[in-house]
Design a protein around this ligand. Structure first.
Ligand SMILES: [Zn+2]
Length: 146
């Protein structure tokens, strides 16, 4: 892994057990209890208390990494903000469209009978992306016509 921490290469500890649908390491039963998330378990074991209200940000961006050194506890707002602003991968995949285009996509779906695929074709994105945009799951920061 090419992750650097304070200028030094830092190897990820990849969880080899089960992963949940989102790609996070799970131990124990697959419920959403804190202890069942491998990275949360490791963080608590090595770094101490962790409020259930706090999320752990993977500084290395590797979801299945469980190295406590690569995890930072943040509020969910902060975590969300970082995902948008600091994650080059997400920025590239999701931020292909301008805010205006997103509004247009939502408006098209409301005012026409075009399919997700037809709308996507106009903007150079696939049907899945259009679906996420219309549901408001992506481009949450764009207001209006939701
Ligand atoms: Zn890591």
């Amino acid at each position: 892994m090419g992750f650097k921490l304070n200028g030094k290469r830092s190897v990820c500890w990849l969880w080899l057990g089960c992963l949940n649908k989102k790609g996070y390491g799970m131990c124990g039963r697959k419920t959403h209890l804190d202890e069942n998330y491998a990275h949360r378990y490791m963080y608590k074991k090595y770094k101490g208390r962790l409020s259930y209200k706090k999320e752990l940000d993977h500084l290395c961006l590797i979801k299945r990494c469980i190295r406590p050194l690569h995890l930072e506890s943040v509020t969910s707002e902060e975590n969300c903000r970082r995902k948008w602003n600091n994650n080059p991968h997400i920025a590239k995949v999701l931020r292909k469209l301008t805010d205006n285009q997103v509004r247009k996509i939502r408006r098209l779906r409301e005012t026409t009978k075009l399919s997700y695929r037809d709308i996507g074709r106009k903007f150079g994105v696939n049907a899945g992306s259009v679906y996420q945009i219309i549901l408001g799951r992506s481009y949450m920061h764009v207001e209006g016509s939701l």
